[in-house]
Design a protein around this ligand. Structure first.
Ligand SMILES: Nc1nc2c(ncn2[C@@H]2O[C@H](COP(=O)(O)OP(=O)(O)OP(=O)(O)O)[C@@H](O)[C@H]2O)c(=O)[nH]1
Ligand SMILES: [Mg+2]
Length: 248
């Protein structure tokens, strides 16, 4: 994958959605901020384990580099990102990254992903050279199945369409039709990738080592799972009515 596209250092803003990540956040944040030019926007969804306070303490510890959004509306990963992305795109940045806050996504990949010559770069668990660690077999099978399902329905070509580790050019984020992004949960990841392809954005993948979470509980509920089954079809219908500029 080409990595020399944009001048470095890049001004990057990393969006970190959190729901009960009090143990993980203090370990993750310094590792992101090791990279020059990187800032963080933490989007906490009324965590009950004190993550909001941990986030505020980190923001005080790293003045000017961390912004904390304490959400009050309906909870949801998709709803959190849908609120954060347009706000991030209004900031003075070149690249907007998104990653999980549970230490599954290693920040070491951020500079290369941010500098890669694509509109959207996926930190991919299934690109050549990627690997999974501490990830039970049934979860890996579910994840692979989800990707096959999504690719068949939507026509997306990326190997890892459900990865939550991505870097976007700000210009690409501004092209997304945020008014019609409606997924409340994890399906947001598929919906926005489809919207990016629909908008004619180039999509690339960089292999990452994905490490399953060690602290805290999973938030994958039956409701979120059901929505993930429906959203690819919803997007397909949407694009039938408004054909894509190009199929990626
Ligand atoms: N703001 C917000 N963040 C969320 C919500 N649900 C999950 N997250 C965060 O989104 C990221 C991914 O969620 P995970 O729970 O790790 O999902 P997963 O990787 O599929 O599952 P596990 O790693 O097994 O728990 C983490 O940083 C979570 O804290 C939510 O409703 N709101
Ligand atoms: Mg996780």
């Amino acid at each position: 994958m080409p990595t020399a596209g944009r001048p470095h250092p890049t001004r990057a803003l990393v969006i970190l959605p959190t729901l009960n990540e009090a143990k993980n956040l203090p370990l993750l944040v310094p590792r992101i901020l090791e990279h020059a030019g990187f800032r963080i926007m933490i989007v906490d969804d009324r965590s009950t384990d004190g993550t909001g306070d941990v986030a505020d303490a980190l923001a005080a510890q790293y003045p000017g580099r961390i912004e904390v959004m304490h959400r009050t509306g309906k909870r949801g990963l998709g709803l959190s990102y849908a609120e954060a992305f347009p706000k991030a795109a209004a900031a003075e940045v070149d690249v907007i990254c998104q990653m999980d806050a549970d230490l599954s996504h290693d920040p070491q990949y951020l500079p290369a992903m941010a500098a890669a010559d694509f509109d959207v770069v996926i930190g991919s668990r299934y690109a050549e050279g990627a690997a999974l660690e501490n990830f039970p077999g049934y979860r890996a099978a579910l994840s692979r199945g989800a990707n096959t399902y999504v690719r068949i329905i939507t026509g997306l070509r990326a190997r890892d369409c459900t990865s939550g580790y991505r870097c976007w050019r700000r210009s690409a984020v501004r092209q997304i039709r945020w008014d019609r992004v409606g997924a409340e949960g994890f399906a947001f990841l598929v919906e926005t990738l489809c919207e990016a392809a629909q908008a004619g954005c180039s999509i690339g993948e960089t292999p990452v080592l994905f490490v399953g979470r060690q602290h805290g509980a999973s938030k994958l509920t039956a409701r979120v799972f059901r929505e993930s089954l429906i959203v690819p079809w919803r997007v397909l219908m949407r694009f039938r009515r408004h054909p894509p500029q190009s199929a990626k």
